[in-house]
Design a protein around this ligand. Structure first.
Ligand code: AHG
Ligand code: MN
Ligand code: MN
Ligand code: MN
Length: 341
């Protein structure tokens, strides 16, 4: 009998999620509805990003966030879009955003059993130059959602290791608009068909190459790297006899650098350094969701000495060093870091 997912070119994200949901008889479709609202938030953000130049949405909003980042107008607009659309799904009890100092606790009568952490607009420094940017999200199950009364309760319940992620993904606002996500059984990529307004399946079951030929890091920080990281990067540029050097590709939007690494292989790095002892990227809505996706695609994600998915968060905006990508490349990096730690 047909699986409902015949090889047609219009397997929409909603249909795909419904199909996935059938594999979990206990689920009542809450995650499907939550992902529908996340999908809408990404489509609205996509539309704002693409008209920003015309609608005068470029430039700074005037404020800053708890991480110390200056907020671009599109950071604020995408943050509002994610909050209002996701809360309206009535499937979440807690929302954590890069642009919100405290967790948002949803009213009891509007609450669901999930928690979501999101980076509503990733790569903000690239907005005004029309370089690819994106959004990142991670979804957790909150079994005691009804016991949440304060923002402290909310933080405690959503601060789960990345291993506990129920679903994670990112949207990428590039020459095409992609949405890549995983529910814990593989990674699947969708492309927005503007004529339908639907994300359609274009990259079923993405697998990252075991080893790549590209490294991705902000070389401008090399003065401040730990010695072991500097030695690893040096080994890629000056390989042993007979091996060719890796190429460097660095966009400065995590979503774009990670997406290229996922499809082509290689390693994406945002190391800790003397200025940022835990690196720059935040665990809950950048490091963990991307690590989840990388592992689901057969890759690896490490701080240099431990698996990013094993970290138990202690604050909702905490940072983590990030090395993720092809399994063998990340193992090589770890061998440098572990030999000196
Ligand atoms: P965000 O725009 O959400 O604050 O994230 C920016 C991050 C990430 O997208 C990227 O990998 C990194 O900042 C780039 O940092 P540098 O400009 O220091 O290389
Ligand atoms: Mn930021
Ligand atoms: Mn970001
Ligand atoms: Mn951001």
């Amino acid at each position: 009998p047909p699986t409902g997912l015949e090889e047609t070119d219009s397997v929409t994200l909603t249909r795909f999620v419904l199909h996935e949901q059938r594999k979990h008889p206990e689920s009542q479709g809450d995650l499907t509805l939550l992902l529908t609202s996340v999908q809408l938030a990404c489509k609205v953000t996509d539309s704002c990003v693409r008209k920003a130049g015309i609608a005068k949405l470029y430039g700074l909003a005037g404020g800053g966030n708890v991480s110390g980042d200056l907020q671009q107008k599109l950071d604020v607009i995408s943050n509002e879009t994610f909050k209002v659309n996701i809360e309206s799904s009535q499937k979440v009890a807690v929302m954590v955003s890069e642009e919100e100092e405290l967790p948002i606790v949803v009213e009891k009568h509007n609450r669901g059993k999930y928690g979501i952490a999101f980076d509503p607009l990733d790569g903000s420094s690239n907005i005004d130059s029309n370089v690819t940017i994106g959004s990142i999200f991670s979804i957790f199950h909150l079994p005691d959602a009804e016991d949440i009364h304060t923002t402290d309760d909310a933080a405690r319940q959503i601060m789960q290791p990345g291993r506990k992620i129920v679903a994670a993904g990112y949207a990428m606002y590039g020459s095409a608009t992609n949405l890549v996500l995983s529910f814990g059984n593989g990674v699947h990529g969708f492309t927005l068909d503007p004529s339908l307004g639907e994300f359609v399946l274009t990259h079923p079951n993405i697998r990252i190459p075991r080893r790549g030929k590209i490294y991705s890091v902000n070389e401008g920080n090399c003065k401040n790297w730990d010695k072991s990281v500097a030695q690893y990067i040096h080994s890629l540029k000056f390989p042993s006899e007979g091996k060719s050097p890796y190429s460097l590709r660095y966009i400065g939007s995590m979503v774009a650098d990670v997406h290229r690494t996922l499809l082509y292989g290689g390693i994406f790095c945002y190391p800790a350094d003397k200025k940022n002892p835990n690196g720059k990227l935040r665990l809950l809505y950048e490091g963990a969701p991307m690590a989840f996706i990388m592992e689901q695609a057969g890759g690896k994600a490490s701080t240099g000495t431990e698996n990013i998915l094993d970290i138990q968060p202690h604050s909702i905006h905490q940072r983590t060093p990030v090395f993720m990508g092809s399994y063998e490349d990340v193992c090589d990096l770890e061998s440098f870091c572990k030999s000196t730690s």
